[in-house]
Design a protein around this ligand. Structure first.
Ligand code: HEM
Length: 407
C-alpha cells in the first residue's frame, strides 16, 4: 500500500512536475521537509513544508496575508480585489459571515438525496461499459450540484461548466513576473470571467424580482448589521464559490477512483462496509489534495522555523507536504482507509478553511455509494497512462478511462 516513489531525481529549486504522477514530487517534498523546512526558490518565493509550519502560515492572516496586492507589479490590475478567498480581516470576516448564511451545514447535508439522483442520472447517460470517468461523471456531478444550489436553470449548466473550466485553465502566473501577470489578467478579463459575471448579474436582477430557492436568492437576502450585498458582490461571491468548488471536487472524485483501483483490497472493504466510505474519502483527500499548496504574502519581516522571511514576500505553504509529515501521520505514504486521526490540511486551515468542505464530502461520499450500487465491477482501463493537469491551483487527472460491469 505504498505510493510509488521514484528514485530521488530531485532538483533543488523547483518542485518536480506531477504530470505523470506524484512520486517524484513526494520524494522532493520529503527531502525538503527534512533538509530545508523553509526553501527560497529562484523567484524569491519561500516554500514551507512541515505540518506545524504550514498551519502557522495559514492561521495568522495578520502576518501572512491572503491578499496579493502587496506583491503585484505596479499598475497591474488586482483581479482578485473584493474576493473572500484573498481578503483579510475585517473584510474577510464580513464576506464569510454573509456567505455562510447561505451555506449552512444543514442545507449542504440536505442535498445528499439529490446528489445520489444526479449520480444515478449520470451513470444512466454514460456511454456503454467503457468511458472516460472525468468527462462523463466527475466533471458533471459537481457542476450540476453547484448550479442547482445556485438556482441556475438546467439549460444553462453546460454554459457554466465551460466558462468555469476556461477560467480555471488560466494558469496563475508567477506574481513577480510583470508580463505574465498582465497577460493572464487580460486573458481572464477579456473572456470567460466577464461572460460569467455578466450572466450572474443578469440572474441577480431576475432573482430580485422573482426570488426562487437557491444560493443566489439567499445571498441577495443575507443581511449583516442591516447591510445587504449588492448584485455585483453577490455575482462576485458566486463566481468564487463556483471556482473553488467545481474542479476541486471533480479532482477528488477522479483521485478516489484511481486510488481505489491501485488498492483493490480497500475498494473491496468499502463495498462490503459502506460506513467506511467517509473515512476513505478523508484519506483520498490527505494523499491527493486537489490544491497541493496555497499562497500567502508577508505583511512585515517575520520568520518560520527560525528562517527569516522579509516583508512583502510570497510564501507557499504546502498542504501536500504537511499531509505527508511523518511526525503527524505514521507511514505517511501508505493509503490507509482506517487512518485515525486524519487531520489533513487539504481543506486549508484557519479563517479561510473551505466553506464548501461539507458539500464536497456529501458529494464524494454520495457518488462513491452510487458507483458501488450501480457497478458490480469498476476498474481503470489497464492499458492507459494517466496524465495529470497541473496548475498552481489544481492537481487533477485529465482523463480516467474506466471499464464497468453494470448491476
Ligand atoms: C474536495 C473539494 C475541495 C477542496 C479540496 C477545497 C479546498 C479548499 C481550500 C484549501 C481552501 C482554503 C484556501 C486558502 O486558505 O487560501 C478553500 C476555500 C474555499 N472553498 Fe473549498 N475546496 C473544495 C470544495 C469546495 C466546494 C464544493 C465549495 C463550494 C461550493 C468550496 C468553496 C470554498 C470557498 C468559498 C472558500 C473560501 C473560504 C474563505 O476564504 O473563507 N470549496 N477550499
Amino acid at each position: 500500500m505504498t505510493d510509488q516513489l521514484a528514485p530521488t531525481r530531485v532538483a533543488a529549486g523547483q518542485p518536480p512536475s506531477v504530470r505523470d504522477g506524484l512520486g517524484e514530487q513526494l520524494a522532493w517534498l520529503r527531502r525538503m521537509r527534512a533538509e530545508h523546512p523553509v526553501h527560497r526558490d529562484e523567484f524569491g518565493h519561500y516554500h514551507v513544508f512541515g505540518y506545524d509550519d504550514v498551519q502557522r502560515v495559514t492561521k495568522d492572516p495578520g502576518v501572512f496575508s491572503s491578499n496579493p496586492a502587496r506583491v503585484l507589479p505596479e499598475g497591474v490590475p488586482n483581479m482578485t480585489e473584493g474576493m473572500m478567498l484573498v481578503a483579510d480581516p475585517p473584510k474577510h470576516s464580513k464576506l464569510r459571515r454573509l456567505a455562510a448564511q447561505a451555506f449552512t451545514p444543514k442545507k449542504m447535508r440536505d442535498l445528499a438525496p439529490r446528489v445520489t439522483q444526479i449520480a444515478n442520472d449520470l451513470i444512466d447517460r454514460a456511454p456503454g461499459d467503457e468511458f472516460d470517468f472525468v468527462e462523463h461523471f466527475s466533471l458533471l456531478l459537481p457542476a450540476t450540484v453547484i448550479s442547482e444550489l445556485f438556482g441556475i436553470p438546467a439549460e444553462d449548466v453546460e454554459l457554466f461548466r465551460r466558462v468555469v473550466e476556461q477560467i480555471m485553465a488560466i494558469d496563475p502566473p508567477n506574481l513577480t513576473d510583470e508580463a505574465a501577470v498582465r497577460g493572464s489578467a487580460e486573458t481572464a478579463l477579456g473572456g470567460p470571467f466577464m461572460e460569467l459575471m455578466g450572466y450572474l448579474l443578469q440572474l441577480c436582477a431576475v432573482r430580485r424580482i422573482d426570488p426562487r430557492p437557491g444560493l443566489i436568492s439567499d445571498l441577495l437576502q443575507a443581511e449583516l448589521d442591516g447591510q445587504r450585498l449588492t448584485d455585483q458582490e453577490v455575482a462576485s461571491l458566486a463566481v468564487q464559490i463556483l471556482q473553488a468548488g467545481h474542479l476541486t471536487t471533480s479532482a477528488v472524485l477522479s483521485h478516489s477512483i484511481l486510488l481505489l483501483d491501485e488498492h483493490p483490497e480497500a475498494a473491496a472493504e468499502l463495498r462490503a462496509n459502506r460506513a467506511l466510505i467517509p473515512a476513505a474519502v478523508e484519506e483520498v483527500l490527505r494523499c491527493r489534495p486537489p490544491s497541493t499548496r496555497l499562497q500567502r504574502y508577508t505583511t512585515g519581516d517575520t520568520e518560520v522555523a527560525g528562517h527569516p522571511i522579509p516583508a512583502n514576500s510570497v510564501v507557499v505553504p504546502w498542504m501536500l507536504a504537511a499531509n505527508h509529515d511523518e511526525r503527524v501521520f505514521p507511514e505517511p505514504d501508505r493509503f490507509d482507509i482506517h487512518r485515525n486521526p486524519n487531520k489533513h490540511l487539504s481543506f486549508g486551515h484557519g479563517i479561510h478553511f473551505c466553506l464548501g468542505a461539507m458539500l464536497a464530502r456529501v458529494e464524494v461520499v454520495g457518488a462513491l455509494n452510487t458507483l458501488f450500487d450501480r457497478f458490480t465491477q469498476l476498474r481503470v482501463a489497464p492499458d492507459q497512462t494517466v496524465q495529470f493537469q497541473e496548475t498552481h491551483l489544481l492537481f487533477a487527472p485529465e482523463r480516467v478511462a474506466i471499464q464497468v460491469s453494470r448491476a
